[in-house]
Design a protein around this ligand. Structure first.
Ligand code: URP
Ligand code: ZN
Ligand code: ZN
Length: 479
């Protein structure tokens, strides 16, 4: 099956140019002017439009079992919603319960993901430690295409990783050529503040941001950075929401440390006033961690993205409907943490980023796709319009506009955090694995068409030694 995207302007991270893009059998076969459509090919008229690598969302939680319930968007509905907004790949998270065998959890998540309609991969969380975890990390890297491990520094009493776990896991990841990632919030402080605020009689959603101030995030970001520095681990910090964590990342990068930062579309565009909404359901719909911050933090995050100190954008797509959020009606600590957005990330970033001049189109491609592909070692298979890359493409109409609403979105959740926002610039067509899966506002997806994407480990110091040695004689490396 061939698709020819004709007459558009290709926008990659490094440059833009007029070219047709020919896809066949799921792969980009030609990029150049005046391509002929093979017999039977579908032709997408991209005149006046931009042809960009499909978005990669490096942070989603489809059907996550969390806080006594399960996220409402599953791997089918969630990846379909992503395609409707131009996102063609997700990196989700396997999150074992403490004491749960890592391989068992990994297999469980792989089973759930079989219904995905777009490509996917998994970070695996390290939530506890023993010899089996050490061994399973090796198996995951060597045999299962996992090159990133996640650590939740918050959620005490559940999945929180203390410093001992961080040190053990970071050390093991370095041996394996994997990258470590953290959710940076000091879980002990959150626990203490939640109790104090609740005891003062603040029981509603307005208590949520009070219990997770920016300092709590800044402390954890800095601690993870310093642990990674001492051990020599490359580090990726997810969902940076505030100036404090951005400053920690910027300082470390200026010192030459390999630290990367992600920012969520929601943290760039929403502020903490949402938690003071008089309607519980509306306020609770925004409860996620770290919380939305004051406008000053938003401005800092945009600057972080513009300066390159934050490299990726994500959504942390983790949806809960109003009846699920109602579990915390009388106690904000019980509101399931999470918000959606996979369908809207590209369009809100285009509108508020490219549309305002904060980002160039090429920078937009970098922060929505290419940088994630490079950091997680799947470039140029993903994140690039080039010959040999996967045919994951979004055709972008810069003149189209829409008003975002839960009434019309494809996400399986009854609220949209960008409700009522009018954006200019939207996906007109999405091509996933060489097939047109979204066109004229309609999805045409196939359950299970998404593929698991292996992410190979990075070359380690030991690999480099071996490569050098092979020039003379091979040296076996003990790991
Ligand atoms: O509130 C959030 N972010 N829920 C999903 C789990 C996490 O912390 O990423
Ligand atoms: Zn998190
Ligand atoms: Zn998350």
């Amino acid at each position: 099956m061939s698709v020819l995207v004709k007459g558009g302007t290709v926008v990659n991270a490094d440059r833009s140019f007029r070219a047709d893009v020919l896809c066949d059998d799921g792969v980009i076969r030609a990029v150049g002017e005046n391509q002929d459509a093979p017999r039977g090919a579908e032709v997408v008229d991209a005149g006046g439009q931009y042809v960009m690598p499909g978005g990669i969302d490096p942070h989603t939680h489809m059907q996550l079992p969390f806080m006594g319930t399960v996220a409402s968007d599953d791997f089918y509905s969630g990846t379909a919603a992503g395609l409707a907004g131009g996102t063609t790949m997700i990196i989700d998270f396997v999150i074992p319960d403490p004491q749960q065998n890592l391989m068992d959890a990994y297999r469980e998540w792989r089973g759930w993901a079989e219904k995905a309609v777009a490509d996917y991969s998994f970070h695996v969380a390290v939530t506890w430690w023993d010899e089996s975890v050490h061994k399973d990390m090796g198996t995951l890297v060597r045999d299962h295409g996992v090159n990133s491990f996640k650590h939740f520094m918050a959620y005490k009493g559940a999945i929180m990783a203390d410093d001992e776990i961080l040190v053990n896991s970071f050390t093991r990841a370095i041996e394996l050529g994997a990258i470590v990632t953290v959710h940076a919030e000091n879980g002990e402080l959150v626990y203490r503040l939640q109790q104090e605020i609740f005891d003062k009689g603040i029981t509603g959603p307005e208590g949520h941001p009070l219990s997770r101030p920016p300092e709590v995030e800044g402390e954890a970001a800095n601690r993870a950075i310093r642990i990674a520095e001492v051990l020599g681990a490359p580090l990726y910090i997810v969902h940076n929401s505030c100036q404090q964590s951005l400053e920690a990342i910027t300082r470390a990068r200026n010192e030459g440390q390999r630290v990367y930062g992600e920012v969520l579309a929601g943290h760039l565009l929403l502020d903490e006033s949402v938690y003071r909404h008089p309607d519980f359901a509306t306020a609770a719909a925004h409860v996620m961690s770290p919380p939305f911050r004051s406008k000053g933090h938003q401005a800092a995050l945009w600057r972080g993205l513009q300066s390159g100190n934050l490299q990726t954008t994500a959504t942390d797509h983790c949806c809960f409907c109003a009846d699920q959020k109602a579990a915390g009606k009388d106690d904000f600590r019980l509101i399931p943490n999470g918000t959606g957005g996979i369908e809207n990330r590209l369009e809100v970033l285009w509108h508020h980023g490219v549309g305002t001049g904060k980002l160039t189109m090429n920078e937009f491609v970098k922060v929505t796709s290419t940088n994630t592909a490079q950091i997680f070692n799947i470039y140029p298979r993903k994140g690039s319009i080039s010959v040999g890359a996967d045919a994951d493409i979004v055709v972008w109409d810069p003149e189209a506009s829409k008003t975002i609403s839960a009434k019309t979105h494809h996400q399986n959740v009854d609220y949209n955090i960008f409700e009522g926002m009018t954006v200019k610039g939207c996906a007109s067509h999405t091509i996933s694995n060489g097939k047109i899966v979204f066109a004229d506002g309609k999805l045409n997806v196939e359950r299970g068409a998404g593929r698991y994407v292996d992410r190979p480990p990075f070359a380690t110091y030991y690999d480099a030694l071996n490569t050098q040695a092979q020039l003379s004689e091979p040296v076996p490396v003990e790991r």
